[in-house]
Design a binder for this molecule. Structure first.
Ligand code: SF4
Length: 236
């Protein structure tokens, strides 16, 4: 049988924000969205030069860190978009579960196929909600909400725990109405443990310059942390 090769942009061996505890985070190469505020534009091109590993080799690398990960941590597959490499991701998650590791995916919920297979081996879905309004979603990502809605329907049939995340951008969604809509949306998703608002930042500007891509939000100010805290309180 032909080996499945995962396309990997980078890894972080001791992540602390993408799931509970200490995480081994794998950033996959390739994303179909073009979020205006994306801070990982280097992961967009699925054909870009990158590390290619089989699930078996990847899990061997992860297991070197098992004692740091401990019982409270785990692995998180992020991107790019993890749903775009379903065979690799399913096989890797399956191996991680076999080795007793907690598994998470950080996804925008925009995949092609085999989503159920992936979710069958996923303990936690960190779902990046770009917007719940069709027009705003399209304006932020360049795509329609169809695949996201399909993903949500599948997710609701599964037992995975869920964290919802949304990037808050000045003059786009930094308002009470928008956050309350996100709160309402959260009631339609099963097993939500947490809703996190993330501040829009511009640390990625250098990456855009190096790639020769114009950063669409370069004239937008970074999100004010105090205002973000106030908006976060609406989600209590
Ligand atoms: S889904 Fe994530 S990786 Fe893809 S463009 Fe949006 S922010 Fe970037």
């Amino acid at each position: 049988m032909k080996d499945i090769l995962g396309k990997i942009s980078s890894v972080e061996t001791m992540g602390t924000v993408d799931g509970p505890g200490i995480r081994y985070v794998i950033f996959l190469q390739g994303c179909n969205l073009r979020c205006k505020y994306c801070h990982n534009p280097e992961t967009w091109d699925k054909n870009a030069k990158c590390l290619k590993l089989t699930p078996g080799t990847m899990v061997k690398r992860i297991l070197r860190y098992k004692s740091y990960i401990g019982k409270d941590g785990g692995i998180t597959i992020s991107g790019g978009e993890p749903l775009l490499q379903p065979e690799f991701v399913t096989a890797l998650l399956k191996l991680c579960k076999f080795h007793g590791l907690h598994t998470a995916i950080d996804t925008a919920g925009v995949g092609e196929e085999h989503i159920e297979d992936i979710l069958n081996f996923t303990d936690l879905v960190i779902l990046d909600v770009k917007s719940i309004e069709e027009d705003e979603y399209k304006s932020i990502t360049g795509m329609s909400m169809e695949k996201f809605n399909e993903f949500v329907n599948i997710l609701n049939k599964k037992t995975c725990r869920v964290w919802l995340r949304q990037v808050i951008v000045p003059n786009i969604n930094d308002n009470r109405e928008s956050v309350l809509k996100l709160k309402n949306f959260s009631h339609k998703i099963k097993n939500v443990d947490k809703i996190e608002l993330l501040p829009f930042k511009k640390l990625c500007i250098e990456k855009y310059k190096n790639l020769g891509i114009k950063f669409p939000l370069q004239d937008v100010p970074e999100m004010d942390e105090k205002k973000l805290e106030e908006l976060q309180l609406l989600l209590k």
